[in-house]
Design a binder for this molecule. Sequence first.
Ligand SMILES: Cc1ncc(COP(=O)(O)O)c(C=O)c1O
Length: 450
Amino acid sequence: MKKHFTRRGFIGIAAAGSAAMSWLGARRAPAGFTPEVDKPALLGGRPAHSGGWPRWPVWRESWEPEILQILRSGRWYRGSGGGKVPEFEAAYATLLGAKRCVALASGTTSLITALHVAGVDAGDEVIVSPYTFIATYNAILINKALPVFADTDPATLTMDPTSIESRITDRTSAILPVHIYGMPCDMDPINAIAEKHDLRVVEDACQAWLAEYKGQKCGTLGDMGCFSFQNSKHITSGEGGAITSNSDELADRCYSFHNCGRATPSFPGTGCFTRGSNYRMQHYQASMLLQQMDKFVKETEVRRENADYLSANLKEIPGVTPARLPENSRAVWHLYPLRIDSKQLSGLSRDAFLRALRAEGVPCSGVYHEQYNDGLLDEAINSRGYQRLFSAKRLKEYRDSFQELKGNAEVCTTTVGLSQSLLLAPRSDMDHIIGAIRKIQAHSSMLAKA
Ligand SMILES: Cc1ncc(COP(=O)(O)O)c(C=O)c1O
């Protein structure tokens, strides 16, 4: 069986780090570096980087007294009113410029909730980006709807808006774009299509805290935005999630759904008025998030500066292409992705490129593969429920349509992802990454034969 590096496993490896030296094999050396050896580490040269990388996540002792206070208070669950969860919701909404925020147990439960509240029902179809963490697919399946994949634009790595309309059917009820790696999708055309066909837009912003599109934060561009605070994320409580919205009605419905379907002030009553589950966040998690807020905002700027520096340098290397962002947008770089063109690298495969880059001391992975071929969707569409909900003809057509995802296939086989914690390292370490990639490019024909 093919072994895939998981994104989370990869982040763990990156955080472990290693030991360093500086090398640069390049035509143009960044300041402060002496080009010594131009041999890639895989061919016996010295690694470009061996000084370790920032650990992730980071905890501060000064955050502990508040957590202890919560634990000792015995008020751990939000049901009793007040406390850190509503405080976090207000702070996160303000940070993002959203009218409302509801904190939840995870990004996955946020997506499940938002899709339900958006009206996605059994037998519906949702247009979604295939290039994402598997939870995005599952949130649709758990709502007993069909995840219909738009193609991925290889230049941006996000949903190709031109591939949406041909996939809309009379069952389509929502569009679920994913701001993957914290890179905003091109939301104007997506929202225009949604408006034209009367569809809801739920943003998967699970990797896009503070990312911006045309002056507005991701998560506030559609009807609802979903965030994850899982352990690998830029702001984390181990597990955790949030939904943002500018609609009181949608936010209240999300609140009810995540609180066992119980009434809210705007949907009064004593009982449950809607289906729902228990997806509540706990106060100690909210305290962890609140206390990280300033650090997270500052680190976002560091990641951006380092990512811009990497992009400016890497785009000059033949065979290497950084991702293109929509105009007037700012990414937050959960991972830093670049695409490689084997043809311009003497036929060096993506896997060989990854091996060579890891040998240089730069943790990297191919990140997402074509997950729709893994069996999850076959399991769903072969189930009794899906066979009742959809015609055999529709399910066959649906299964066959995965082959049309040419852009996504290209992205899955040519992308190299660098962990977000690398972007918190000093600028000199960015030079090591650039140097390592220049070295690989310059020796690609030897590496391709190695
Ligand atoms: C794009 C995307 N969607 C959804 C999720 C699910 O979030 P969680 O792990 O908090 O359930 C994640 C988290 O890894 C993600 O990266």
